[in-house]
Design a protein around this ligand. Sequence first.
Ligand code: NAD
Length: 478
Amino acid sequence: MSIDTTARVWTATSQGNALATADGFDVINPATGEVFGRAPSVLPGQLDEVFAGAAAAFDTWKRDDDARREAMRRAADVIEAEADHLAPILTTEQGKPLSDARGEFLIAAHWLRYFADLEIPREVIRDDAEAYEEVIRKPLGAVSAITPWNFPITLAMWKIAPALRAGNTLVVKPSPYTPMATLALGEVLRGILPDGVLNVVTGLEPLGSAMVSHAVPRKVSFTGSTAVGRKVASAAAPDLKRVTLELGGNDPAVILPDVDVEQIASSLFWSAFANNGQICLAVKRVYAHESIQPQLVAALGELAKSVRVGDGFEEDVELGPINNRPQFERVKGLVDDARARGARVVAGGEALNGPGYFYRPTVLDGVTDDFRVVAEEQFGPVLPVLSFRDEEDVIRRANASEYGLTASVWSQDLDHAAALAGQIDAGQVAINQHGRAVLPHLPFGGHKSSGLGVENGPWGYYSFTELQVIAAPPRSSV
Ligand code: NAD
């Protein structure tokens, strides 16, 4: 099957078919600032029908693990085959360069295969002359999955793949800023996965909150901001739905004096600016030792000036626009605030001329921890580079945040870097790299206000299951 990427109407998927909707909402291409299509407005009242289909599909889907693994592999094949057709939809609504958009679909296929292949060992705790005890992991049922606009496909698949493998069915709701690619994903998987197993709905609020409060789903898997994550946790509480929350971050990179600045600058730069800094685990504040901070600021500034910013469809573009107007205004506001307080703008610090939400990659010097751009999550192409003198102080400052998603320590002394890494309160702390450990087999999740629970690996799989103990007399007794 091949889908028509010029079509502007993508439909919601429920029970393996298009879900009829009376109305739609505009979706903007951030490279032009213009509306390029309308996505279906699924009304909260329609969720009864969608979740009923997901619950009905669960009864069969949960029974046959081998059938699930096969269906997931078929889904991975289809996504790979369609990646070239799907990528332009994602670039149009999200802004990221076409190759990055294509990469999201390939990653999605990779995640499906990882979870299809994952061996889940039986957990027989005791099987002797006195007792038989086994711990079983049972799927939960229908699951609500809610995703943000920065990586609509990758982050949806972090939920879809483990949930499906464990035997759950899903209703997925992408961000209203980026609904189309997820709708298209739902369309290409119709007929590949059994009807009702994977449903995709789009709409403006209160659709997301209705997905949390609805009586049928037994779990909400949410990726987004900490503010909305708190609302999700509280709305899921009355009927004790299980929740996994992947939330915001303000990730520090600590650069020790023994680094080779020229050698690390590019890796550090892209750890902060990939996807325009719109990554929960991007480096968001750099703490460089005072002996090398000026040299590092200069190197990062040169890199920022050399980046090709433009429409994601243009050849060789490295960074597209910021995804949406409110986020563009927020980034601009944070830089303006820093400048007004005396920050030195080493590179960038302004929007590009012309339409679209383009903002030049920005490196800031002369800021302190109390600047908004340091204390808050900027989630955009701006990086403050601070300095420190002693290590105890920098660890305290790195930890002085409500967030604790990821962090990194950079040094030629790996043992020393590891010792410091262990003192940082975050779900992942990398050494001489940042964010590279986001892999299907490793747990990813935040400490403190960066989240609750983890995704990926067996741990992510387990989060879509409930434990059951089977206790029986010894087998030898029967
Ligand atoms: P957001 O919280 O505004 O929206 C996320 C999703 O929640 C969207 O689909 C939105 O429509 C929906 N939503 C809005 N109100 C809701 C409600 N009351 N109940 C249920 N759902 C609701 O986040 P965003 O602006 O789309 O994404 C940016 C944020 O996401 C950043 O803070 C970033 O750090 C975070 N993020 C975290 C991770 C992670 O894995 N930890 C990954 C990517 C992004």
